[in-house]
Design a protein around this ligand. Structure first.
Ligand SMILES: [Zn+2]
Length: 285
């Protein structure tokens, strides 16, 4: 079997101590901009699609897979926050993905762990790597079932061991990070528990790789501190895409569509390149 692309990218980053952007795309223009940034910066990259996007744009995963296979830098395709077991099994058997987040965090812990363990086995049989969320990260993102009235739970040392036993490859801890917006100033002082992140990373001792969710409004400094404390896979959504959104809001009625597409791609590419520099992945491909 081929070595898993997502894990190869993340293992190298863990060894050489830099972070890798795991960037959400909602359409082909964003996908193109992200790949161009990786090529131009000679940076590894993980492309991420939401399950809701797979349903909305059924061909996008195939376009992403073509980009992954033709790129001259290491890129992989990951499905973020897959929460529906039927859909997860459909993804595994029909789409060319390298890794998937099996997110059962809306179940109570025992059920979460059991479902994660069963699905992780099925993924591994197909050479697909598995990410899971320990504790509970509050907030909502596109197409993700909200955590409702359930309280955010920080990841404990026991959680870490339990998820490693469930044989996952990538752990997304809850350390004060939230899904959604922190506000224009970014996370408040003390909101992100860097010490908790560091101790989780030490505890994993290379048995799993650590992923950080909830990076909207992050400053460069907070991002760097997360990487220093062990976060290797950095899930980014609005952090990159806001420049695209803002450009469209300002210009959609003012220029021809083709120009809008070209300029939008260029703006998002530049912003992605800037964050690759911040994460230290530029030149590491
Ligand atoms: Zn997330």
């Amino acid at each position: 079997m081929q070595p898993n692309r997502t894990l190869q990218i993340l293992n190298k980053a863990a060894r050489e101590k830099y972070g890798v952007l795991a960037a959400i795309a909602y359409n082909i223009e964003q996908l193109t901009a992200l790949v161009r940034a990786a090529e131009s910066k000679r940076s590894p990259l993980i492309l991420q699609l939401f399950p809701s996007t797979l349903k909305q744009l059924p061909t996008l995963a195939h376009a992403a897979a073509v980009a992954v296979n033709s790129a001259t830098v290491p890129i992989s395709l990951h499905i973020d926050h897959a929460q529906d077991e039927v859909h997860i099994r459909e993804i595994l058997t029909t789409l060319p993905v390298d890794s998937i987040m099996v997110d059962m965090s809306h179940y109570e812990k025992e059920e979460n762990l059991e479902k994660t363990r069963v699905l992780a086995k099925e993924c591994h049989e197909r050479g697909i790597a598995v990410e899971a969320e320990s504790g509970r990260i509050n907030g909502g993102e596109d197409g993700i079932a909200g955590t409702g009235n359930l309280e955010a739970l920080f990841t404990t040392p026991e959680d870490v061991e339990d998820f490693i036993k469930a044989e996952i490859d990538i752990l997304a801890p809850s350390i004060g990070n939230i899904h959604g917006d922190y506000g224009p100033q970014g996370p408040a002082l003390g909101q992100i528990h860097f010490d908790r992140l560091e101790s989780i990373n030490k505890q994993t001792n290379d048995r799993v790789l650590v992923c950080l969710h909830g990076t909207n409004d992050f400053t460069a400094e907070i991002m760097k501190r997360c990487i220093e404390n062990g976060a290797i896979k950095l899930n980014v959504n609005k952090l990159l895409l806001e420049v695209w959104n803002e450009f469209l809001r300002q210009n959609a009625s003012k220029m021809p569509l083709v120009k809008l597409i070209d300029m939008g791609i260029e703006i998002l590419q530049k912003e992605t390149e800037r964050w690759m520099d911040i994460c230290g992945s530029s030149g590491m491909a």
